[in-house]
Design a protein around this ligand. Structure first.
Ligand code: FEO
Length: 168
């Protein structure tokens, strides 16, 4: 595998791991505040990001590359509001999408169609996750500071997320 592509894939391992730990931190924050639905949503997101990370680790090894398991920065652990929590979610997903797009660009430059093909799964995954994050944030913006709205959002988050994720 091209060394610069291998480096980008290892960087992506770190970004997926960082997202996983960030969402675990967000799940724990929501859990402590009594938002059980939101907590379960982020526990599940954290697991998903771990799967994304492991898939990359296995792929690099399959291609006889060298995996570098990274050290991570401490994730953000405190949030002023539900809106801030979901803004953090969206900005994390937007960041990951940018990095994936960069890998795709470099694969085309280096004519590595094998990695390009592998990364298509991530492109699709990012489209879905960004759509979910935007929809949830839109709903929160409508709700504003209404406490009973927050109660319903917490109760219905999985339904809202599933609808956002559904193909048109
Ligand atoms: Fe795997 Fe949503 O980044």
């Amino acid at each position: 595998m091209n060394k610069s592509i291998e480096k980008l894939l290892n960087d992506q391992v770190k970004y997926e791991a960082t997202a996983s730990m960030q969402y675990l931190s967000m799940a724990s924050w929501a859990d402590a505040k009594g938002y059980n639905g939101i907590a379960e949503f982020f526990y599940a997101q954290s697991e998903e990001e771990r799967v994304h990370m492991t898939k990359l680790v296995k792929f690099i090894n399959e291609r006889s590359g060298t995996v570098i398991v990274p050290a991570l920065d401490k994730p953000k652990a405190d949030f002023k509001s539900l809106s801030e929590l979901f803004e953090t979610f969206l900005s994390s997903e937007v960041f990951v999408t940018e990095k994936i797009n960069h890998i795709i660009f470099e694969c085309l430059q280096k004519k590595d169609y094998n990695v390009h093909n592998f990364m298509q799964w991530y492109v699709t995954e990012q489209l879905e996750e960004e759509a979910v994050a935007r929809t949830l944030l839109d709903k929160l913006n409508i709700i504003g500071n209404d406490k009973s709205g927050h109660y319903l959002f917490d109760r219905d988050i999985n339904t809202i997320a599933t609808e956002a994720d559904a193909p048109e």
